[in-house]
Design a protein around this ligand. Structure first.
Ligand SMILES: Cc1cc2nc3c(=O)[nH]c(=O)nc-3n(C[C@H](O)[C@H](O)[C@H](O)COP(=O)(O)O)c2cc1C
Length: 247
């Protein structure tokens, strides 16, 4: 029996998608907080042969969790206990914001897809910073060798004008980069009006330069930016201590 499809049909399919996500995520965190996650981890830990080197980082496995599931960094440890080699938290913004009014997440069951109109709902970079710091410390303690990688995906606060975007991204970068292994500068969400205009090179270059300045990043962190839109897939960038590399 395939466990998740059966569980989905019986428990989640009749429920509002965002509510199902909240309940599912709460259950994952409960498994962690009652200590069962450590037992689970014996079965889910990736084989050493899966270790993957990318962006100057070593990932325990190439299988990771994309941004949007744990937007506020509440379940980083719990999610790594499921076997993810990295967890990308966010998108987080400089200011706390409620996101779009609900309903804002729609299932297309026949197509096995969802439409996401969440709008960067999150409690802001300052609130996330201590959670991120403590999750990183806990992972370091529990994985003395190669530990799961933590990515932080940052975006623009809706109330901030596009002209002031760099300063807003910097709020997040400064408070979150010290505990992140890599930072993603999100300029691709269709749910924040005008955000994709930041993909223009004249806007993107100063933004990435500001966010990539040394004081916003720890010495071993990797900074990268991508857009998931095909139009700008050529604008994939990464930076190392030597500066930006357009790839
Ligand atoms: C409900 C939902 C919320 C999401 N929120 C974010 C987000 O906040 N930031 C982000 O960069 N991507 C977000 N995503 C996009 C996912 O990270 C991912 O790119 C997308 O689901 C496609 O995954 P795939 O490449 O495995 O098909 C969200 C996706 C969904 C379904």
């Amino acid at each position: 029996m395939r466990v998740y499809p059966t569980f989905f049909r019986l428990a989640f399919s009749w429920m509002d998608a965002e509510r199902a996500h909240k309940i599912g995520f709460r259950a994952i965190r409960l498994v962690h907080s009652c200590g069962a996650g450590r037992v689970l981890q014996r079965f889910t830990a990736p084989a050493a042969s899966l270790q993957t080197r990318a962006f100057g980082l070593t990932f325990p496995s190439p299988f990771g969790l994309a941004a949007g599931f744990d937007k506020e960094g509440h379940g980083i440890e719990a999610l790594t206990e499921l076997g993810f080699g990295h967890v990308e938290v966010g998108t987080i913004t400089g200011q706390a914001q409620p996101g779009n009014p609900a309903p804002r997440l729609f299932r297309l069951v026949q197509d096995r897809a969802v439409i996401n109109r969440m709008g960067f709902n999150n409690d802001g970079a300052a609130a996330m910073a201590p959670r991120l710091k403590s999750a990183r410390a806990a992972l370091q303690r529990r994985h003395p060798g190669v530990r799961p990688v933590i990515g932080v995906n940052i975006g623009k606060s809706k109330v901030v004008e596009l002209d002031d975007a760099a300063a807003d991204y910097l709020i997040s970068a400064r408070s979150l980069a010290p505990a992140a292994d890599y930072l993603v500068v999100n300029v691709s969400s269709p749910n924040t009006p005008g955000l994709r205009l930041l993909q223009d090179v004249d806007s993107l270059r100063p933004l990435l330069t500001a966010v990539g300045r040394p004081r916003t990043r720890p010495p071993d962190a990797t900074f990268r930016c991508w857009s998931r839109s095909p139009r700008t897939s050529a604008m994939r960038t990464s930076t190392t201590s030597r500066g930006w590399h357009w790839t």
